[in-house]
Design a protein around this ligand. Structure first.
Ligand code: R5P
Length: 298
């Protein structure tokens, strides 16, 4: 197995290669004077299981072109297989036409990835909301891994929350709240969210249910934090219901604009994310999650 990191996945690729005991490949990346991208694969990959670790957050359009160039090149070098790990998968949230004339961006991304010659895909806590199963959107083998046990364990070890209750801020977060609660052996509750726009959400208790958080610390778990508004709304509700300290964990700390400052200003004690989207709260690495999966089967 030989592991390459895309230009946003170099550090993660080194960590994964170390943990998986795999060779680390080298890519020369530069730009032509007119701004166009150039990549050159510097290893002979003939007969190899090639893995490309390629987060696509932050500068998605450029990184998607880079991915297509890399796979298009590698497939001409006679590898045994090409697997892609997309720790953050850009455009997954546009998984439906919410208004006439909009693109099905998520579907388009998966088609591009397949048609260019990828044999297998790994994602991490992919935003599966309206599309709930990887088989609905990918025709090639595709596996969605989770970083949530690592995030829950980190919050529990570093902050020692008292009598913690895990909270999912909306219905689809139940899949992560459940896993976090199991990891730290406690209960969880899920709230209900209505989204009015990319920045405007309202959250309420599910079916008017009373939240069992009085006098307890709360850990809110979600897949992505973008504007932070989901988390802030959820934190306010949980606080009103009597929670003490509030901790937040997410896999993908996108943190658009001043999201982090807004969450701290709303009284949240700490926010923990992973390195799928590297930034100021990427305290947990997904390298072990990826290495384990690769060791089991490229
Ligand atoms: C979608 O609903 C996701 O699970 C997250 O809750 C959402 O992406 C968070 O976005 P924001 O931080 O902008 O509220």
């Amino acid at each position: 197995m030989i592991i390459f990191g895309g230009s946003a996945g170099e550090a993660l690729a080194v960590r994964v290669a170390n943990l998986a005991g795999a060779k680390l490949g080298k890519i020369d990346q530069k730009r032509f004077p007119d701004g166009e991208k150039y990549c050159r694969v510097l290893d002979d990959v003939k007969g190899d299981d090639v893995v490309i670790i390629h987060p696509t957050g932050g500068r998605p359009d450029e990184l998607i072109i880079e991915y297509l160039m890399l796979v298009d090149t590698i497939k001409d070098m006679a590898p045994k297989s090409i697997s892609a790990v997309f720790p953050y998968f850009a455009y997954a949230r546009q998984d439906a036409r919410f208004n006439p004339g909009e693109p099905l961006s998520f579907h388009l991304m998966t088609r591009l990835i397949e048609q260019i010659g990828t044999n297998k895909v790994y994602t991490i806590d992919l935003h599966l909301q309206r599309i709930t199963d990887m088989g609905e959107i990918f025709k090639i083998p595709a596996q969605n891994l989770t970083a949530v046990p690592y995030i829950a364990e980190y919050i529990s070890k570093i902050y020692s929350p008292k009598n913690a209750a895990v909270i999912g801020p909306d219905m689809e977060s139940e899949q992560w709240a459940k896993v976090a609660a199991a990891k730290i052996k406690t209960d969880y509750a899920v709230l209900e969210k209505t989204r009015f726009s990319a920045t405007d959400v309202k959250i309420r208790a599910r079916g008017g249910e009373a939240l069992n958080v009085q006098g307890r610390d709360a850990i809110i778990i979600d897949d992505i934090i973008s504007t932070g508004n989901t988390i802030i709304e959820a934190a306010q509700l949980v606080k009103k219901a009597g929670a003490n300290r509030i901790y937040v964990g997410c896999t993908h700390p996108v943190l658009s604009g001043n999201a982090l400052a807004k969450m701290y200003a709303a009284g949240i004690e700490a926010v923990v994310g992973t390195d799928t989207f590297p930034g100021p709260i990427s305290f947990v690495s997904v390298a072990p999650v990826i290495a384990e999966a690769l060791k089991k089967g490229v």
